[in-house]
Design a protein around this ligand. Structure first.
Ligand code: PDD
Length: 287
């Protein structure tokens, strides 16, 4: 079965999927995106992802490419046509195609839309989670508007590549005050020695992750102790547990930060529990 992508109104073979060279996403990274998890043939928290897409589009003054219900239909179609049961669906909207000029296009230009989906291995992800990952700290190198989910990810690419070259799976951004902001493509969490979950407020320095929001609900449900405040890299080194959250990894335990072992070097009980019960707190859209 060949993979199918949706590009500007058409379902095409993934191998043939293409946008124009003067797409503003290609020229200026002038666009936004979302990634949703597909779990057991259902799309996880699509309304929340579309709400955030709406906010990102609004902040950049890019029009919705179509009505929201039609867009949700396209996303479901792409998942269905690729027969994804467990995996990811990627949604991207750019300001469209126009002669290269930094100013917004002078005339009405239709936004460009790309939707792709792919299967991922649940077994591989669970095996990774059973071991935990290492993260490598990196000085914050992004613009202040990290609350907008833009496709301008070059700083994240550099931070994550540095992590990889130093034996890590994720980068942890550290701001000029020594506080961890978030991961290169995840939100960052610790559990202190007294068992308090800590994550940075979403008001500044981070993307308000949808997975993060689900975890906040779970913390309430499970009656866990929680503080929403910045934590320093030093505090992370000393934590009992650490983990990252994102649609691509749900809850992924962190067992090493730089050259420091976290806790006993194995995924902690809080992270493991949150990963296990995660889908009890999510909303689902059938495809
Ligand atoms: N990344 N912070 C950053 C910088 C991110 O890029 C992401 C998501 C998150 C977590 O958001 P959510 O829980 O809504 O996935 C936090 C996506 C998955 C990516 O770029 O692949």
């Amino acid at each position: 079965m060949s993979r199918i992508a949706y590009v500007n109104g058409q379902y095409v073979r993934h191998a043939d999927a293409a946008v124009h060279v003067e797409d503003r996403g290609y020229q200026f990274a002038d666009g936004v995106y979302e990634v949703c998890e597909v779990w057991q043939g259902r799309i996880v928290d699509m309304p929340r992802h579309f709400d955030r897409l709406d906010r990102s589009l609004g902040e950049l003054r890019i029009d919705w490419p179509m009505a929201r219900a039609a867009f949700e239909f396209v996303v479901r179609q792409v998942v269905r046509r690729n027969r994804v049961r467990n995996g990811l669906v990627y949604i991207q909207v750019t300001r469209g195609v126009s002669r290269r000029d930094h100013f917004f296009p002078p005339e009405e230009v239709a936004p460009s839309v790309v939707v792709t989906a792919r299967s991922t291995s649940t077994e591989a992800a669970n095996a990774q989670a059973a071991k935990g990952i290492s993260v490598v700290s990196y000085p914050e190198n992004r613009w202040p508007r990290v609350d907008i989910k833009t496709i301008a990810l070059l700083p994240n690419v550099l931070a994550k590549q540095n992590a990889k070259e130093n034996g890590g799976k994720e980068a942890w951004y550290v701001d000029t005050d020594g506080f961890v902001t978030e991961g290169g493509s995840t939100n960052a969490w610790i559990v202190t020695r007294d068992g308090t979950l800590v994550t940075r407020p979403a008001e500044s320095g981070i993307l308000r992750g949808i997975t993060r929001t689900v975890i906040l609900d779970l913390i309430q449900k499970e009656g866990l102790t929680f503080e929403e405040r910045p934590f320093s890299l030093e505090e992370a080194y000393d934590a009992k547990e650490a983990f990252v959250t994102a649609a691509t990894s749900i809850v992924m335990p962190v067992v090493q930060v730089d050259d420091r072992t976290i806790g006993n070097g194995h995924p902690g009980s809080v992270s493991t529990r949150l990963r296990e019960v995660f889908h009890t707190a999510t909303d689902f859209q059938m495809v």
